[in-house]
Design a protein around this ligand. Structure first.
Ligand code: DLL
Length: 433
């Protein structure tokens, strides 16, 4: 089933006309309502009158994550806060997080694109979905929730965690759809086996997995262990949350809803549009959002784009699976972590030095583990294990409070972490993503 056949199967020409109309209105809208964009456009000498079709998008400025952080908390909104219906945040590199404001109609748009996504994954009205993405400031839980509500799919809003309870609910309620991070699905399989269950007997037949990178190998593992079809969903808080793009049952790229999220692939070196088919950074323009519309937002995710019509009938462009990022952000259990956030915490701790290394690994069960090696200052070095453990514990708690990820912390002797003459190799990612 295709949720919105008109928009998802539109001819390329009609789509271009639709995008052109929407872009013209959008630029006028932000110029009038957002001092942030008015400034940016004035600085470039671009007026809304210069935008006549979607091709003119290249005249517009890019928007970067730093722009949003510099305008913390509400400076990038195009509506007064009183007209914002919902707020989410995602982590930034250091300091302020990125704040995203949704108007009521943005929440309706989110519901629409998430209904498209769930349908694309194979859900139909009357289905039941177990939402095991976190609810709260993270967009995963509520995004899946709104999409299911909008299309008449029964929701079990479990949020993430409490794995035994998740498994019992699955066994007793028999939902056909599971939405969570791919790594959490593998962790649940491990737990299920430990409890003497055979995951292959589960009621879950379709998985809607995203929020973190995962490989084809991991897909195969999940499909085998749960006896389900595992599909990939992509999105980011700044644009809407989950629901920017989603795989259909054919799993040959993620269908991107380009009537509302206009994609461009940018060559990172030249800052110019990449050649057709070439990989580059995905930049997205939100064509119809009201609360915090964005022009050419640089996601930092590296993908390629294909315009070939898919055998499922959708004509929407498809992005490849995410191939990497242009920054050093790592995603641990679905949570975005910037090494600089950890550095910030370590620098506030008296006993340690700013020499550290982060090691990310995936345990056999599928859960990611973050380990931090950090050098102790000479004067705090001690033979007493208890003293050292107390410091490790303190660091662990501080980092957990800032990042919502609880790392393992190991203090190491001064001058044992390799020094670098160039970029320090802060992160060792042992996961085969
Ligand atoms: O992770 C939104 C989301 C929730 C997507 C649930 C899918 C499912 P943020 O926390 O803002 O939003 O993180 C966005 O996560 O820029 C990517 O680097 C990464 N990411 C999201 N989906 C995928 C995916 C949500 N399917 C950042 N594959 C993005 C790889 C992904 N990376």
């Amino acid at each position: 089933m295709i949720w919105n056949e008109k928009m998802e199967c539109m001819s390329r020409e009609d789509m271009k006309n639709c995008q052109s109309d929407r872009l013209k209105k959008l630029v006028q809208y932000v110029y009038e309502r957002s001092p942030f964009y008015k400034n940016k456009l004035d600085q470039l000498g671009v007026s809304p009158r210069d935008i006549k079709s979607i091709e003119d998008i290249v005249k517009l400025p890019f928007t970067h994550k730093d722009d949003l952080r510099d305008n913390y908390p509400f400076g990038a909104f195009s509506k007064p806060v009183g007209q914002i219906a919902e707020i989410h945040i995602s982590s930034g590199t250091t300091g302020n997080p990125t704040v995203v404001g949704y108007s009521k109609s943005d929440v309706e748009l989110w519901s629409e694109v998430m209904s498209r996504s769930l349908c694309c994954a194979g859900a139909v009205p009357g289905d039941m979905i177990q939402v095991a993405y976190g609810y709260g400031l993270f967009t995963g839980g509520l995004g899946a929730h709104y999409g299911a509500l909008n299309m008449g799919v029964t929701i079990i809003p479990c949020s993430s965690g409490q794995t035994k309870r998740q498994l019992k609910i699955m066994q007793d309620f028999k939902p056909r759809i599971l939405a969570c991070t791919p790594s959490y699905s593998l962790y649940m399989a491990e737990e299920a086996k430990e409890l003497g269950m055979d995951p292959r007997d589960s009621s879950w037949k379709i998985g809607v997995f995203g929020a973190e990178p995962w490989s084809e190998n991991m897909r195969q593992e999940i499909e085998k262990v749960w006896n389900m079809s595992a599909t990939d969903i992509y999105g980011l808080s700044e644009i809407i949350g989950p629901g920017v793009a989603q795989e259909c049952h054919l799993k040959r790229g993620l269908h991107l809803y380009s009537d509302v999220f206009y994609p461009e692939i940018i060559n990172e070196q030249t800052n110019q549009p990449a050649k057709p088919g070439e990989s580059g950074v995905l930049a997205v323009t939100t064509l119809t959002k009201e609360g915090m519309p964005l022009l050419r937002y640089r996601t930092r995710d590296i993908v390629s784009l294909s315009f070939e019509k898919c055998a499922c009938g959708r004509t929407s462009p498809r992005i490849s699976k995410i191939q990497g990022r242009t920054d050093d952000m790592i995603i641990v259990r679905g949570i975005n972590v910037f090494p600089s956030q950890i550095e910030h915490v370590l620098l506030e701790i008296e006993e340690t030095q700013p020499h550290y290394q982060l090691i990310v690994d995936r345990k056999p069960g599928g859960m990611d583990e973050l380990e931090i090696l950090v050098e102790l200052k000479e004067e705090y070095f001690s033979d007493e294990v208890k003293k050292l453990q107390a410091i490790e514990h303190k660091i662990q708690k501080e980092i957990a409070a800032t990042l919502s990820v609880e790392p393992k912390v190991h203090l190491v002797e001064p001058k044992t972490i390799a020094r670098s003459e160039g970029k320090a190799k802060r992160v060792i990612d042992k996961r085969n993503l």
